[in-house]
Design a protein around this ligand. Structure first.
Ligand SMILES: *Cc1c(COP(=O)(O)O)cnc(C)c1O
Length: 402
């Protein structure tokens, strides 16, 4: 194992907060980001999964006879939880072999006149094949919801992701780029659908003082500890504790409660996000520049496949998502790197049917390509705190394992 460092780097490159961000100020986060991304109005909600839940409740009311939501089988457990909370049925779709996109043939088998929505997912800042989902959705009369939780700022065909589908959402959770500890943004191209999403939220999302209080304290903690010194306490220590127990699901924070809280985001947290958001475009640019420098180095390691974007897309780079040739070598690399403090981790631990705690939420269908993706993938942080020397150390371990 590499020598343990005094610092701990985050597994994804979040925008660090500054003390001045914490002053009260204009709570215009949604409009600030809408202007930045050049999209129609955004709707601020208390999480990315709350956005998805509101989108599903809205679409369900428009097409009450349709019940199925088609989701890639390698995805965030919160997506499955949101589908259940909306009173809908999860229909998994396996991946293309060795890729994060849904398999086109499997997608066509999964969709029919019972399908309410299809969820192409922009994983790891990479841009998904939304056009194929739209083609299938048109044929069966379903909607497309772009899960852009990990892709705020990613662009496709010259515009923000989230605009090719009917609805899109971004996450503002800790560790997902710009964060107000927990938050989300809803996007819809069509003005009428935007109004319906706002009406659903007005009906279903209450003001909950205790939740907002809790999130505000968590945001203060995040602002204080999201730096290489503080992350040892806030991220590294619990990570190592979970791994000592052999609990990989807890180690990456895949163990979510089975009910999503719904509450309005308060003015102070929105104001904090508004101030930080001003630095977001430059930050995204710096991450992209660092990624373009480091991608060729990763690609020189024979046996590694690095996820990249389709030709007409420009994703964001919170971390690199890699596939190794097999699980054995992936695990050998992680044995040396996961606890090294160098920002190496895993994305989701399992394919959705393989989480024991989701047994009542996810139907038990075999999803071999999603399972293979979970078994062979690892992530390398693209944090600006990861200096060249550290990145080279990570590459050295990967090369030795392969
Ligand atoms: C994090 C995440 C979500 C949920 O977003 P939250 O803001 O954490 O609720 C949904 N989909 C994907 C792909 C995610 O990574």
């Amino acid at each position: 194992m590499l020598p343990l460092r005094h610092h701990e780097l985050p597994p994804t490159a979040g925008l660090p907060l500054q003390l001045a961000d914490l002053r009260p100020g204009p709570a215009t986060l949604a409009s600030e980001l809408a202007a930045q991304l050049d999209v129609p109005a955004l709707q601020l909600e208390c999480s990315g999964s709350a956005c998805l839940l509101i989108a599903l409740l809205t679409l369900r009311a428009l097409q009450p006879q349709r019940r199925r939501v088609v989701v890639p089988a390698y995805n965030c457990p919160l997506v499955a939880i949101a589908v259940r909370q909306a009173g809908l049925e999860l229909q998994l779709c396996d991946l293309r072999p060795g890729h994060y996109d849904m398999d086109p043939a499997a997608l066509r088998v999964a969709c029919d006149e019972r399908t309410l929505a299809i969820l192409p997912t922009h994983l790891a800042g990479r841009v998904a094949d939304v056009a194929d989902a739209v083609a299938v959705a048109r044929r069966v009369g379903a909607y497309v919801i772009e899960d852009a939780a990990q892709a705020l700022g990613a662009r496709q065909a010259g515009a923000s992701v989230g605009l090719l589908g009917d609805v899109g959402f971004f996450s503002l959770a800790a560790g997902k780029g710009l964060s107000i500890y927990e938050g989300g943004l809803l996007l819809a191209r069509d003005p009428e659908l935007r109004e319906q999403l706002a009406r659903t939220a007005a009906r279903h999302v209450p003001r909950r003082f205790a939740w907002e209080c809790r999130r505000s304290i968590e945001l203060l903690g995040y602002a204080a500890l999201y730096r290489p010194g503080g992350l040892r306490l806030a991220y590294g220590a619990p990570l190592r504790r979970a791994l000592r127990r052999g609990d990989a699901v807890a180690a990456v924070g895949d163990d979510f409660p089975l009910t999503l809280p719904l509450h309005r985001v308060g003015r102070w947290r929105s104001a904090v996000g508004t101030r930080a958001a001003v630095r977001l475009p430059a930050f995204i640019g710096q991450l992209a520049a660092q990624a373009q420098r480091r991608l060729p180095r990763l690609r020189r390691i024979a046996g590694i496949q690095v996820m990249d974007d389709p030709a007409d897309a420009r994703g964001t780079w919170p971390f690199f998502l890699l596939l190794l040739p097999d699980e054995k070598r992936r695990d050998a690399a992680l044995a040396q790197l996961w606890q090294s403090g160098l920002g190496v981790s895993r994305l989701f631990i399992h394919a959705l049917p393989d989480y024991a705690y989701l047994a009542g939420v996810v139907p038990p269908q075999p999803m071999p390509h999603a399972r293979d993706f979970a078994a062979r993938s690892l992530s390398i942080s693209n944090s600006l705190w990861l200096i060249d020397e550290d990145f080279e150390a990570v590459c050295g371990v990967l090369a030795a394992v392969l």
